[in-house]
Write a protein of this length. Structure first.
Length: 582
DNA sequence: GCCGTTTTCGGCCCGACTGTTTTCAGTCG
């Protein structure tokens, strides 16, 4: 049983308890544990009951319940709750305007158990007969039901960022004197997002109307002086908060989140005789303001080093800030090269020279050209001869270009049995080899683990590319024993990739952090299939930052000679490199 | 249900907006 499956059950218990109107802190405990399970880099099913206690948010009781789930497949307590409330009632909670109280009320008063029954009850006029519900609520719920599919979708970070930046741009023209910022999960660099959060400080009252009247607004969900919510065409929700200028820092902090981070921070404030809200830090005894305008000052007022937004996930950042041990996170400016890109030689849209010139233009001092290998027929993959001819062209161009070094590489498929898709002597004759899985994604975990371990044994594999193969919002990654594979990669000196393509971001943050803990080095690559694709590194950098990585953890922050020396082929065979004779 | 550098008991974050009200509960972030 994987962590996500465990997290789902715990979260569902939380939802059911909420409908049951249980103690809110108990509900939070289940949700915290669910979140903790979902983000843990350890497989909970591999841990003993005692080891599970070390996982934050899991105590004696939940450790036992998780153990029960792993061993029997169910938690009796969960089953009991499901006897009180049908599981389908939880669908009601996802409707805008329906929370646990309303869901319970609907079930109790009208025996409504699912969306269909709810819709029918409204159409038959039965809802407004319930005390506390009225015609407005009916209309709101009906709309929510019809838009449910549309609203359910989360969006990729890049898409949501574009939409948010367009809104900020429009608002700035309406209120040039205001400070307008993107906050929320976008500012933290989360890989997908459900809504856009925007903060304006020092803005005139007219800004709210400009926001609700923005050209892409389909419907206004809420409209107040300080807070408004809108639904954009296409289904994204956007929220605008307006804060006094003297509260800019506190508002930035508050609306950036995450929720877990903020709760911990406010708890810390209380322990120090302070109160933290979106307006500032105040002394509890006399309400005197201690900080507010500057975000860094909020953290300092609480005895903490300022914490970068990407780390604010409640994963140890507050303890690290307290000890002044926050990592100096890698930045886009640290990157000197890019080791994964395609040209028209396989499935890229730009030719070799165009890609090289584009790389020069974005400031790279080295790149690797890594077209696909033969198995990927639909991507026009190269066989040995094709790969070597391509390498010759890359080297010829390299001789002509100043200011950038081109490495002749390949993105070599790892075949289902773990063999590499091209012969060893061909791989040896290249400057760099990145290996990746593009087929047979659904192998059993044991088989996939063996496959990857075998691939890593090939001495010419330098980098394991997009190591889980996931596609965000589309496909889960393939499953394997990551600990064993990472340990083998560390032993061989193989680096793992953070692939910056917006629908991959693979490795993800928690896995990249695990890789570092396992002693691995990483690279951040664009996997560009066009000149414009080279710009994508910014997204991979966000992932690396969320993984607590520094420039030292990332090989392509190094100058070219140091970079090449750190590749596995150089580390393991310092004195000679075989040449291809066939 | 979790958690502990004042605690193994008694805490556990906070404010804005809406819709139903007759002074406020529910939802949301």
């Amino acid at each position: 049983m994987d962590n996500l499956a465990i997290a789902r059950v715990l979260a569902e218990i939380g939802d059911l308890l909420e409908i049951k109107n249980e103690n809110s802190f108990k509900i939070r405990a289940y949700r915290n544990a669910a979140d903790s399970a979902a983000h843990s880099t350890q497989r909970l099913s591999d841990l003993t009951a005692a080891q599970r206690l070390a996982v934050p948010g899991i105590g004696k009781d939940l450790s036992a319940k998780i153990g029960e789930l792993i061993e029997t497949g169910v938690i009796a307590y969960h089953q009991e709750l499901l006897r009180e409330f049908p599981a389908t009632i939880l669908d009601l909670l996802h409707l805008q305007g329906v929370g646990p109280k309303t869901a319970a009320l609907l079930y109790r008063e009208l025996n409504i158990k699912n969306l269909d029954e709810l819709e029918r009850a409204i159409r038959e006029g039965r809802l407004r007969a319930v005390k506390g519900l009225g015609p407005k609520k009916e209309a709101q719920i009906l709309r929510a039901i019809s838009e449910r599919a549309q609203l359910a979708g989360r969006r990729l970070l890049a898409e949501a960022s574009d939409a948010a930046e367009a809104i900020v741009f429009a608002l700035r023209s309406d209120a040039p004197e205001a400070t307008i910022s993107i906050v929320g999960s976008l500012r933290r660099g989360c890989e997908t997002t459900g809504d856009l959060d925007i903060l304006a400080a020092g803005a005139p009252p007219s800004l709210m109307a400009a926001f609700t009247g923005y050209r892409l607004v389909e419907r206004v969900l809420a409209h107040g002086e300080r807070k408004s919510s809108v639904l954009l065409f296409g289904g994204l929700q956007a929220d605008l908060r307006v804060a006094p200028r003297e509260s800019l820092g506190a508002a930035l902090q508050y609306f950036t989140g995450s929720k877990a981070h903020n709760i911990a921070l406010r708890d810390r404030a209380l322990q120090r005789g302070l109160k933290l809200n979106e307006y500032g830090v105040y002394r509890t005894d006399d309400d005197a303001a201690v900080a507010g305008a500057d975000e860094d000052e909020i953290y300092r007022a609480l005895g903490l080093a300022p914490i970068p937004p990407e780390l604010r996930e409640g994963r140890g950042e507050i303890q690290a800030a307290e000890r002044d041990e926050l990592p100096a996170l890698v930045t886009r400016q640290h990157l000197r090269g890019d080791l994964h890109m395609h040209t028209t030689a396989s499935d890229g849209r730009a030719d070799l020279e165009t890609m090289a010139q584009a790389a020069l233009a974005v400031g790279h001092t080295y790149i690797a050209i890594t077209d696909h290998s033969q198995s990927l027929a639909m991507a026009n993959g190269l066989d040995e001869r094709g790969a070597l001819e391509h390498a010759a062209r890359i080297r010829a161009l390299n001789d002509r270009l100043d200011g950038i070094t081109l490495l002749a590489g390949i993105e070599c498929d790892i075949r289902p049995d773990g063999r590499m898709d091209l012969a060893d002597d061909c791989l040896a004759a290249l400057d760099i080899v990145i290996a990746s899985v593009h087929s047979a994604f659904s192998q059993e975990p044991e088989q996939m683990t063996d496959r990857l371990l075998r691939a890593l044994e090939c001495p010419w594999v330098d980098i394991l590319a997009h190591p889980t193969g996931r596609l965000l919002l589309k496909r889960e990654g393939y499953r394997y024993d990551m600990d064993r594979v990472f340990d083998a990669a560390a032993r061989y000196g193989v680096a793992v990739e953070i692939n910056s393509k917006v629908d991959r971001l693979d490795l993800r943050d928690t896995h990249a952090r695990l890789a570092k803990e396992r002693g691995l080095k990483l690279v951040i690559d664009s996997d560009a299939h066009s000149a414009a694709g080279l710009e994508g590194l910014r997204w991979g950098v966000l992932v690396a930052r969320r993984a607590w990585l520094t420039a030292d953890d990332i090989l392509n922050t190094r100058p070219i000679e140091q970079f090449r020396a750190s590749l596995r082929r150089r580390r393991n065979t310092p004195s000679h490199s075989p040449t291809f004779t066939g």
